[in-house]
Design a binder for this molecule. Structure first.
Ligand code: FES
Length: 106
């Protein structure tokens, strides 16, 4: 009986594991979205905003790809990477700094 309680507690803890700390998404959020039919990273990104936080998905991307691979029964390498969208043009720190100063005076 106690083994069942431990397994249940571990399952609850596993589902509460934060996968995307930028967007505050748990493993349960990811699994629920996958069960709802969002079965690739681009769809999950649009639905949950995972990968769109300040880290740009550096933390959550590999974890979500691994979960997608597990669900689909394929190697992680077969789970498509999301589209990378770097800045349109090079922006210097000086321009960012001036821009932030300009924003303070307005
Ligand atoms: S952890 Fe997901 S975007 Fe940063």
């Amino acid at each position: 009986m106690q083994t069942g309680n431990i397994k249940t507690a571990n399952k609850v803890r596993e589902n509460e594991t934060i996968i995307c700390r930028c967007e505050d998404l748990t493993l349960e959020d990811i699994r629920s979205a996958i069960a709802d039919g969002y079965t690739d990273f681009e769809e999950l990104k649009r639905y949950l905003r995972c990968g769109m936080g300040p880290c740009g998905g550096r933390t959550c991307l590999p974890l979500i790809r691994r979960e997608l691979a597990r669900v689909k029964g394929v190697p992680v390498e077969d789970v498509a990477m999301p589209t990378s969208r770097p800045p349109v043009q090079v922006t210097t720190f000086e321009a960012i700094s001036v821009g932030s100063e300009r924003g303070k005076n307005e």
